[in-house]
Design a protein around this ligand. Structure first.
Ligand code: ATP
Ligand code: MG
Length: 423
């Protein structure tokens, strides 16, 4: 006997409630992005490796150790997207989307990172993504943040804090970098090996380290001193958030895991998922499109982990009722089919079991989530089996144990003919 292949580590296959929650997150995202006037886009899962390597930063964890990259059959280096932003920026340039600037776009789909799998951390995970490209105004930052906050509210996710920071402009950032190097260099030997390497290449990254050896020194690092211009920008973002009713906490040491951020950087964080507490993260990336060879293009956006949101969301609301339609005997199958078609065409969800007798079919329908069973039966056939006092010609509703039972009587009664033939 041949052995069954096992799934790739860090991938998931979902069924039932889990899959429903996953898709409820996407459905809520789609509703909210329409409310914000964001266009839906689709972008490839595979991109030339350079799209990510040039934009996300060589020394970031994602580029240095997490990317799924391979040479395809013609020897081109291809990467499975570890995130959306860089690929969207590539499309913005190569697909002529610049004509739509400022462009508000939303998408979702799988992303891939070679990480250590754990709760809320996968190798194939899925992101929601929202971006405004070609907008330098702080109001754009406010709009994407309000979008994120409204999404969380629509999903019924509470207990999430918006942590907000500014990474300043190039001038504030260069000055800060020098201060950080000085600060961390005086503790070099006590830092993790990774952070010792970061100190030379990319000291800001140390602030984002998850290694406990680095955390005390990250916490005692000096805050950034902003230029007047960066200060004004950040003040405008905060004023806008107040006006939009979006609560936030300032987080002066928040840096993002990717290098391309400028000015606003943020994370929506929960304490309910352990170390995987960031549910939505993003910021302003005014320099990214230039790194892909495009013109200076200010932009801001975020990405959210669908799996993490699905774990946090409340019960799925407004699930439409599902009706099991069950013919009492095989001869009534065609009538049941006709009723099923009619109901579905009128947006009533129907479960059909197909196999076994009526009792068995009703059980199977219930197991698959039917809220009520519509038995299709002859008037005189088996009429008392459910202890209903049946009057001719109507849809009967009664409570049989814990289940609503609908009885629908075909053939003899004219009301039944009011269901039109839908051939
Ligand atoms: P973390 O700090 O948890 O590693 P990150 O900073 O690497 O997150 P981003 O690159 O900002 O994450 O991605 C945006 C969002 O995508 C995260 O906030 C998270 O919800 C989700 N995400 C990122 N990596 C994973 C993963 N491996 N598995 C599941 N979700 C993920
Ligand atoms: Mg990460």
């Amino acid at each position: 006997m041949s052995s069954t292949p096992q799934p790739i580590r860090g991938t998931q296959s979902l069924i039932g409630e889990d899959a429903d929650r996953f898709h409820a997150v996407i459905a809520a995202f789609d509703r909210v992005r329409r409310l914000y006037g964001f266009k839906r886009i689709e972008v490839p899962v595979i991109e030339p490796t350079a799209v990510f390597a040039r934009t996300m930063g060589e020394t970031t964890d994602v580029v240095s150790k997490e990317m799924y990259s391979f040479d395809d059959r013609s020897g081109d280096s291809i990467t499975l997207r570890p995130e959306f932003t860089a690929g969207i920026a590539r499309a913005y340039l190569s697909e002529g989307w610049q004509q739509f600037a400022p462009l508000k776009v939303a998408t979702h789909g799988p992303a891939f990172r070679y990480e250590r799998p754990q709760k809320g951390r996968f190798r194939q995970f899925h992101q929601l993504d929202a971006e405004i490209i070609g907008a330098a105004e702080p109001q754009a930052d406010v709009e994407v943040l309000a979008f994120g906050a409204q999404l969380l509210a629509e999903l019924g996710i509470g207990g999430v804090t918006l942590k907000l920071n500014t990474l300043g402009d190039a001038a504030s950032r260069d000055a800060w970098r020098a201060q950080l190097v000085e600060h961390f260099a005086s503790h070099r030997a006590e830092l993790s090996e990774d952070s010792q390497a970061r100190l030379d290449k990319n000291p800001l990254r140390i602030l984002d380290s998850k290694d406990p050896r680095d955390k005390p020194f990250a916490a005692s690092a000096p805050p950034m001193t902003l230029t007047a211009e960066a200060e004004d920008f950040f003040a405008a973002v905060r004023t806008g958030l107040d006006a939009a009713g979006v609560a936030y906490e300032l987080a002066p040491h928040l840096v993002r895991g990717l290098d391309y951020y400028r000015h606003t950087a943020f994370e929506f964080v929960t304490d309910q998922l352990g170390a995987q507490g960031t549910v939505i993260a993003g910021g302003r990336y005014d320099g990214l499109i230039e790194q892909l060879g495009g013109p200076h293009t200010p932009a801001v956006g975020w990405a959210a982990g669908i799996e993490r949101l699905a774990m946090l969301m409340g019960a799925i609301e407004c699930k439409p009722p599902l009706i099991g339609v069950v013919p009492d005997r095989p001869e009534l199958c065609a009538e049941a089919d006709r009723i099923t078609t009619h109901l579905r065409k009128n947006s009533v969800a129907v479960y059909r079991a197909h196999r076994g007798n009526a009792k068995r079919q009703a059980e199977v329908a219930r197991k698959n989530g039917a809220d009520a069973i519509l038995f299709v039966r002859d008037l005189l056939f088996n009429r008392n089996s459910l202890n209903l006092s049946v009057c001719p010609g109507s849809l009967y509703e009664s409570s049989n144990l814990d289940l609503t039972v609908l009885v629908y009587l075909p053939e003899e009664y004219p009301q039944l003919q009011s269901i039109p033939d839908e051939q």
